[in-house]
Design a protein around this ligand. Sequence first.
Ligand code: ZN
Length: 260
Amino acid sequence: MIPISLQEGWFPVSLVLWLGLCFGSFSNVLIYRLPRNLSVVGPRSFCPGCRRTVAWYDNIPLLSWLLLRGKCRHCGIRISPQYLLVELAGAACALIGIWSAGFTLVGLSIGVFLLLLFNVAVIDWGHMIIPHTLTVAGMILGLVFGHFALGDLGDSIIGLLVGGGIILVVSHGYQLIRGVPGMGGGDVMLMGMIGAFLGVWGALGVLFGGALLGSLFALTVGRGRLNGTAKLPFGTFLALAAGVAQLFGEGLFSWYMSKF
Ligand SMILES: [Zn+2]
């Protein structure tokens, strides 16, 4: 762990809060545009009602939505509270990062990882797609943080290969037996990203946890919704399990081992 010498206080905390809101605001762009194969850099955000470009002062995270009471300034169409919630989720990811590891590279790594997972979880849930843009960027970031924040690049590399590799093998096996692909390339890349951030043991734990959460969902809530052919947004459950593993992994692991 390489601590960044920042004096903790209201200023750095509010800076992190603001950065989190801005990344949450950018997540709104990613969540809308990536699954639709639209560019994330242009054109600028526009109102879905009157299609006017949103002015910068109407695009300030949190404040604009609250000041305009969730409506477009020009045509008055309702802007979904989802936009506000996603911005707040971005802030939450950033704050959880510094709360769990302080103003360190590890804290930054946790915040970035949670934000990536959040984007993947929302997009896969809504569209059954895990954009490679997110997971490839995530793999690179996972390796960079593995080296500079955790000081164990080897574990990141092995985690990436094992995490992605297991899904690849299972998916091919399923295809051989059932004739249809069980999981997509998106899941392979996602597990690679998760392995790069959490290392090999983390990746194995997430595979177990994700499969458990997915099965529980399929047997309970999803029962009416899913029929034999419907697919499960497995990436959402992997992302959930990865978030839990990042924040509570060590505690869960020692609790599990104490049962033997
Ligand atoms: Zn409008």
